[in-house]
Ligand binder design. Structure first.
Ligand SMILES: [Zn+2]
Length: 472
């Protein structure tokens, strides 16, 4: 039906003929180093908000403005609401980026967009400036070719997603009316594989715990004292190593009490996904000879999406450079625990703290505390809005959409879902497993990016025919 629709055809044609221009526009956004993390210049995030606003205006989006909330990085808002009676889609993305990491590891500079073998390299190409631009392009294509959209759209482009969307709850509460919509399209997740689109229906939560082991008042000579005097670094390493049991599960008493088993439908969805260990290993960059971890009695996607996981994201002792024969007084680590449906992230953190501190090895002083958390999110991906999204993705990519979970955490999804009670949340995006988001050499597959734009054109059209509930 949608292919027979002239507006869709016109918009698709416009995307094809203006793709180079959209790529240039994305490149201009990528040139702005809009790191939201502390220690980086906030003026760049402001500049990126202004550039994003300009891109929206050029696309024909109306009421474009930058909205700030005290202490937060700027949001960009814009809408096109000229279809009274038609549904309204809230499109979310973010214009801030992760810090570039180690400059010497980038094959081309992080903030100089560079095309190589069909991919555009640069910080933010995939996460998430490319995601935002895919919708901007789809809207621009409709407005340029048909002077109209099949439904109403609102854009919200956040400036601090990469540091945890700390002000989003307050922002949404303050601008509740402005954000009212029938569907939420959150464009910050990824495709299942290059060329295979995906709809994400579940995200893990996260909890962060900082732990410190202290044994001495000051460092001492490791020859004069080593042996009888405890080494805080070895004790900390032992504590962390002890968190994994032989079966790959986490040795934290009580941690699994609330972990829900996926239902039959979800298990069927997971089994339907093509699985290749070789591809998985390649995409993760695992070295030959290394083996997969986690709970071996579950499939890899179950481990990734439905089971908790622990990562040591920081370890502080003495750097190699400048080290000497000392027993140092203390060592610290930051543990990141991914949580899954029915776990409470804060409670999981408290259980981890108790496990680390309850019986300190050799009487060491072990302190630990929860330093942050965000909830998991899950939705039942059934019903007409999800059906519309599947049709749109199939039309855009020429491939059936994979129904996937995501091992990561996106703090903003739950506040949106809560605000627009019951409005379907559709999670898609332009990242693919090869995109290296958050790492060096981030890139966007340009062929898939065009397909994502085409899918967005179909999505607005498909959603315009989905019956909506009266808004509360
Ligand atoms: Zn992102």
């Amino acid at each position: 039906m949608s292919n027979a629709n002239g507006a869709v055809g016109g918009a698709l044609g416009y995307l094809d003929s203006h793709f180079k221009e959209f790529t240039r526009m994305l490149g201009d956004l990528v040139r702005i180093p809009s790191m939201s993390a502390r220690g980086f210049p906030p003026e760049e995030v402001q500049r990126s908000a202004e550039a994003t606003a300009e891109v929206l205006r050029r696309a024909g989006v109306e009421n474009v403005g930058i909205i700030t909330i005290p202490g937060g990085h700027p949001y960009v808002y814009g809408d096109w609401l000229k279809r009274p009676g038609a549904p309204t889609i809230l499109l979310y993305g973010h214009h801030d980026v992760q810090p570039p990491g180690r400059p010497e590891k980038w094959l081309s500079p992080a903030f100089e967009p560079t095309e190589r073998r069909g991919r555009l390299y640069g910080r933010g190409t995939a996460d998430d400036k490319g995601g935002v631009m895919a919708h901007v392009a789809a809207v621009a294509a409709y407005l340029a070719s048909a002077r109209s959209l099949p439904c109403n759209v609102k854009f919200l482009v956040e400036g601090e997603e990469e540091i945890g969307s700390g002000h989003l709850g307050r922002f949404l509460a303050k601008h509740r009316q402005m954000m009212a919509a029938d569907f939420i399209v959150l464009s910050d997740t990824g495709n299942f594989a290059t060329g295979i689109p995906a709809l994400t229906y579940q995200l893990r939560g996260i909890c962060q715990v900082d732990v410190e082991v202290q044994c001495l008042r000051q460092p001492v000579h490791s020859g004069a004292w080593g042996g009888p005097v405890a080494d805080a670094v070895r004790i900390l390493c032992g504590l962390i190593a002890g968190l994994e049991k032989a079966d790959g599960s986490l040795g934290v008493p009580g941690l699994y009490r609330k972990v829900a088993r996926p239902g039959a439908k979800q298990l069927a969805r997971i089994r339907a996904l093509p699985w290749s260990e070789a591809r998985f290993r390649r995409e993760a960059g695992m070295l030959p000879g290394t083996t997969l971890g986690g709970e071996r009695r579950f499939s890899v996607y179950e481990r990734l999406w439905t089971r908790p996981a622990l990562t040591v994201i920081a370890l502080e002792a003495r750097p190699l450079h400048g080290s000497s024969n000392q027993i140092i007084e203390a060592a610290r680590a930051r543990l990141s625990l991914r949580t899954v449906p029915e776990m409470d992230a804060k409670e999981a953190g408290r259980l981890l703290v108790r496990r680390l501190t309850s019986r300190p090895p050799r009487g060491a002083k072990v302190t630990a505390r929860v330093t942050g958390s965000a909830p998991w999110w899950s939705t039942d991906p059934e019903g007409p809005a999800f059906e519309a999204a599947r049709l749109a993705l199939r039309a855009g990519f020429g491939k059936e959409a994979a129904m996937i979970g995501c091992g990561g955490t996106i703090g903003f999804v739950e506040p949106f879902a809560r605000l627009l009670k019951g409005a379907p949340c559709l999670l898609t995006g332009v990242a693919d497993p090869a995109c290296n988001a958050h790492s060096e050499n981030e890139s966007l597959h340009l062929g898939d990016w065009l397909k994502a734009m085409r899918a967005a054109v179909h999505l607005y059209d498909e959603l315009s025919r989905v019956p909506v509930r009266p808004r509360r």
